[in-house]
Write a protein that binds this ligand. Structure first.
Ligand code: ZN
Ligand code: ZN
Length: 167
């Protein structure tokens, strides 16, 4: 029985193969590549990027910082289907407020209409946004998450570069 290297789903038909490893989908192959790239980043490169990002302008609006990790939360329902996600981003407080208010309004209108999770998750996500709106930038608190997001950005950049081939 073949299983996806990334998510461990049993692959019945199809799938994607790369370097002898099988993946259930293109998405899993990409995720696996990213995870590998994250592991391969050198500590010096990560430390420098973290310091530069922390001292730099907001990556979203390019305005002056301080920047921090802020998370916005949304929920979407359609009949028996309810999906929700919490999206952390590095940005300034102003951009975070925009994202959190945007997701709050989105959830307020589109969160409820699923049975039963819409009724459960909509108040939860709205509450999380309200909570997030009061959060001041605090690099101490968010340090591990901050580094994780910087690592992910570096890995994306590394994966986006064209594959080097031997001449
Ligand atoms: Zn998979
Ligand atoms: Zn901003």
């Amino acid at each position: 029985m073949t299983r996806c290297t990334s998510c461990n789903t049993v692959i019945l038909v199809g799938g994607v193969e790369q370097e002898g490893r099988r993946f259930c989908s293109e998405k899993c192959r990409t995720n696996s590549g990213l995870a590998q790239a994250v592991q391969q980043l050198s500590p010096e490169v990560v430390a420098r990027a973290v310091a530069e990002t922390a001292a730099g302008n907001c990556p979203v609006c390019a305005g002056t910082g301080p920047v921090d990790v802020f998370t916005s939360h949304r929920v979407y329902s359609a009949l028996y289907l309810t999906t929700w996600r919490s999206q952390p981003r590095i940005s300034c407080r102003g951009c975070a407020t925009k994202a959190q208010l945007g997701d709050l309004v989105f959830s307020l209108f589109l969160g409820w209409w699923g049975i039963p999770w819409g009724f459960v998750m909509t108040p939860v996500q709205i509450f999380r946004n309200l909570n997030g709106l009061r959060q001041d930038p605090d690099p101490q608190r968010s340090a591990p998450q901050f580094e994780a997001l910087v690592r992910l950005r570096l890995a994306r950049e590394a994966c986006a570069q064209p594959v080097r081939r031997a001449a």
